[in-house]
Structure formats: structure tokens, C-alpha cells
Design a protein around this ligand. Structure first.
Ligand code: HAX
Length: 434
């Protein structure tokens, strides 16, 4: 069954499930909001419901109910590859069902058919100054593609609201199909004298990105397959997914929604963190003149670094309270492919020593590494040294999750998001009991 038919087969039941909850338990109080939360980024307050993924404090991410090891084991693999086809991952995210190899291949084929990127997209990027951040180019490319939105065109002529989701899915398949060509050629525009490379029809979605930037090593292609799975989704309320969801709730199409999400991902407190991690590791190595410090030297260095009020990139998490399973999956890859790489050896040493040091500060809620503590190290090993591109790789993967959230919200008929803000005056009066 293809994605569309599988969604149709579940839609009636999923809509009924939601309607029943609202009808029978509409006034059930899920959470209260404190003043601290109002001023503190609404931290921890549930703001929506999604079945696509969930992050549990103790075990980390589950995609459609599957843990990361389960997803990596059960998703169909590209022929001869160790890691999954992104087509199968998209099937899982969109439908909630683990696909067969045939279903995963079907999505890959669908993507190839839809992969052509119209000329005007790259023409709109070419005149940008050479120092433009690649995330700006990425967001700009997605926005330039909005001219092709099937939903926007059909909406103009009028569509039954029950059918919105089908056009969102159509746009999602079209946008995701073009992503490898878009990001690879943004890379080529910035770092390879603007050469334009066409996708290789024999390769799958994730591997094609590697191919188009001139990296033909099968191990790097597998790294990209792993990277895509690990970065594809992380609940519905992180900045990029929530931004896209919010914009989509105004019936802005997938292109407008995803460009908003990518603008959020480009922030240093969100997706930009991965470039900071590698920069930090290289700085530490350079401080020790390229040699791996011993435990004592590293411990002194880390203590001094933290005492100067600085954060160690790649450590801590707003939700997780254990080592991020996405870190562990990448560590396993590194142990197999780059055990002797000096940057990876430093990652290992920091992992042994830093949690103990962070625990000395009671305020640190999670002393363990997150996904970003290692992903740049892997890219660096395979020669992708342009750190400002790492967030684009994150966005490339994350759009698989984002388009799923936005499409399902239309399928379930969710309304425009419109929370409430207060004035300081009103808040003070509420506290005084007026
Ligand atoms: N190094 C040093 N101190 C840290 C720390 C770290 N990595 N992580 C947390 N702390 C400190 C905080 O600064 C805070 O101290 P103050 O109260 O004095 O300001 C204290 O511990 C409590 O923080 P927390 O409640 O444990 O952490 P938050 O939920 O506020 O923030 C962050 C979570 C991930 C933002 C934070 O741990 C951090 O900045 N880490 C480094 C940056 C990073 O790795 N970001 C990527 C996160 C993964 C992700 O979402 N990518 O998109």
C-alpha cells in the first residue's frame, strides 16, 4: 500500500478517536501554567498532541512508538547498506506502520519521479553574496519552490476541507523529493565553485546527497542514512516543528510552513548547536597542540572552562535525563569506522569525564551528551569540514518529520493555533486575586 492509501485506511478511526476525546473529556484539565512557565518559554506545558514521535526523559526518542535501536533494526535497508532507506522512514512517520522493503522502495521511486528542481530555484540563490549562511539559502530555496504548491493553487479554486490533507501530502512528497538536489547544490554553490550535479538514479534519497557533493564512499552514504533517521523528528513542540505547525495551522502550504521551521532551526539555541560542538572539540585539541589530553589534563581544562561561565556544547537537554540514544547510535558507527580518529577519541574521553564534572553542579539537570556531541565529528572525519553546513543537514532530515506533523494536522482537521497572551498588569491583578 502506498502512503496515501495507508493514511486513508486509518483516517476515519483517527478522526473518530480525536473527536471522542474532545466530546467526552473536553473539559479534562491536562495542565496548569505557572507564572514561571509563562516567562520561561512555556517549558514543560503540553501545547498539542502528536502520535508521530515522543521524547521520554529516561529513554529518549521514539518514532511512531519505536525506539531508535528498533527503528534502525526494523526499517528496510538499501541493498548492501547497513542503515535504512529514508523512503521507509518517511512511510513509518507518515503512516505509523513499519514498511515492507517494497513499500520503502515505492517511496524512493516516487521521490525520484518528483525530484526535478525548477530552474528558478537555483537562479534565485546564485546572486546571493558568497558569505550568505547556507541555512538562509536553504530557507530561500524552499520559499522559491512555493510557486509550485498544489495546495495553494487548488485552494484558490476551492476545495472541501476534508480533502486539504491530500494536497498537503502531495506538496510534502514534492518538496521532500527535491531536498537532496537542493541541499547538495547549495553545498556545491558555496564550496565547489557552483558546479551543478544531477542525482544518480541508482542511489537512494540519503545516499544521493553524498553523491551530488562528490562523496562516493559507501561508508559516508551509510552515515547519511543513519544521520537522516536520527534527525528526522523530535516531538511536536521543539522550535522548528512547532514553528512549521503554527504557520501550517493558518493553512499556509507546506513550503511556507517548512521555510518558517528552517528559520527557527537556524538559531544558535536550536539547530546551529551542532556546528558549535565540533568547533569546541577542535579548539580543545588545538589547546593541547593536537595531542589527546590525559584524564587529569582534560578534567582541569573542563573545570576551568565551566568556571568561566561557559556551556559545553553537546551536553545537557531540556527533556532528556540520560545519554541521548541518538548519540549512542552515532558512537557505535564511529567505533566501527573511525576508532582511531583523534576528534572521536576526544569525544570518548569527554564522555568518560564530563558527566561527573557536570554532576558537581546541582543545577545541571542532565549531565549526559545529546545528539550534537558527536554528529559533527563524523562529518569531519569524512571530509565535510564546512561546519556552517551542518544545520542544513539537520534541516534536510527534520523536514521529513515536519511535513508529517503538518499533513496529519490537516488530516485531523486541526484548527488555527491561537493561544492567549496577557499583559503584566492583568497578570499582577490575577495574582492579587482581583
Ligand atoms: N555546560 C555547562 N553548564 C550547563 C550545561 C552544559 N552543557 N547544560 C546545562 N548547564 C547549566 C545551565 O547553564 C544552567 O545553569 P544556570 O542556572 O546557572 O544558568 C543549569 O545547568 C541548568 O540547566 P538545565 O536546566 O540542565 O538545562 P536547560 O534545560 O535550561 O537547557 C540545554 C538545556 C540543552 C539548552 C543546555 O543544556 C545547553 O545549553 N547545552 C549546551 C548546548 C547544546 O548542546 N545544545 C543542543 C541541544 C540539543 C538540541 O536540541 N539540538 O537541536
Amino acid at each position: 500500500m502506498n502512503i496515501e492509501h495507508r493514511i486513508i485506511s486509518k483516517l476515519t478511526a483517527e478522526r473518530a478517536r480525536m473527536k471522542k476525546l474532545v466530546k467526552e473529556h473536553g473539559s479534562f484539565n491536562v495542565a496548569e501554567v505557572t507564572v514561571e512557565q509563562l516567562y520561561g518559554g512555556i517549558r514543560g506545558v503540553p501545547i498539542g498532541v502528536t502520535d508521530i514521535s515522543h521524547v521520554n526523559q529516561q529513554e529518549g526518542l521514539r518514532l511512531r512508538g519505536f525506539t531508535i535501536p528498533e527503528v534502525l533494526e526494523n526499517l528496510p535497508k538499501a541493498d548492501g547498506a547497513e542503515f535504512p532507506l529514508a523512503g521507509g522512514l518517511y512511510y513509518l512517520l507518515m503512516t505509523g506502520e513499519m514498511p515492507t522493503k517494497q513499500e520503502a522502495d515505492q517511496v524512493e521511486i516516487e521521490w525520484k519521479v518528483r525530484s526535478n528542481v525548477p530552474d528558478h530555484v537555483f537562479k534565485s540563490l546564485a546572486p546571493m553574496p558568497a558569505y550568505t549562511h547556507p541555512m538562509t539559502l536553504f530557507s530561500q530555496a524552499i520559499l522559491a519552490l512555493q510557486s509550485e504548491s498544489v495546495f495553494a493553487r487548488r485552494f484558490y479554486y476551492g476545495i472541501d476541507k476534508e480533502d486539504y490533507w491530500g494536497y498537503y501530502l502531495e506538496d510534502s512528497l514534492n518538496l521532500t523529493a527535491k531536498l537532496p538536489t537542493i541541499i547538495a547544490n547549495i553545498y556545491n554553490l558555496k564550496y565547489r565553485n557552483g558546479i551543478f550535479v544531477q542525482p544518480n538514479p541508482k542511489l537512494d534519497w540519503s545516499a544521493n546527497f553524498a553523491w551530488m557533493i562528490g562523496k562516493h564512499d559507501p561508508a559516508y552514504m551509510d552515515l547519511m542514512r543513519l544521520f537522516v533517521v536520527l534527525h528526522s523528528d523530535h516531538e511536536g513542540a521543539n522550535v522548528s516543528t512547532h514553528a512549521s505547525h503554527l504557520v501550517g495551522s493558518a493553512l499556509s502550504d507546506i513550503y511556507l510552513s517548512c521555510a518558517s521551521g528552517m528559520n527557527g532551526l537556524a538559531g544558535p539555541l536550536h539547530g546551529l548547536a551542532n556546528q558549535e560542538c565540533l568547533r569546541w572539540l577542535l579548539d580543545v585539541l588545538s589547546h593541547f597542540k593536537g595531542k589527546l589530553p590525559d584524564d587529569e589534563q582534560l578534567s582541569i581544562y573542563l573545570h576551568e572552562f565551566i568556571s568561566s561561565g561557559r556551556l559545553i556544547p553537546g551536553y545537557g537537554h531540556a527533556v532528556l535525563r540520560v545519554t541521548d540514544p541518538r548519540f549512542l547510535a552515532q558512537r557505535e558507527f564511529a567505533l566501527k569506522y573511525l576508532p582511531d580518529d583523534p576528534v572521536f577519541q576526544l569525544v570518548e574521553k569527554v564522555y568518560q569525564i564530563l558527566p561527573g564534572i557536570l554532576k558537581e553542579n546541582e543545577k545541571v539537570k542532565n549531565p549526559w551528551p545529546n545528539v550534537d556531541a558527536i554528529n559533527g565529528t563524523l562529518q569531519h572525519y569524512f571530509g565535510l569540514n564546512e561546519m556552517d553546513f551542518y544545520t542544513v543537514l539537520f534541516g534536510f532530515s527534520r523536514i521529513l518529520g515536519i511535513t508529517t506533523h503538518v499533513t496529519w494536522s490537516r488530516a485531523l482537521g486541526k484548527p488555527i493555533e491561537r493561544p492567549k497572551s496577557l499583559t503584566t498588569d492583568i497578570l499582577e491583578k490575577m495574582i492579587e486575586g482581583e
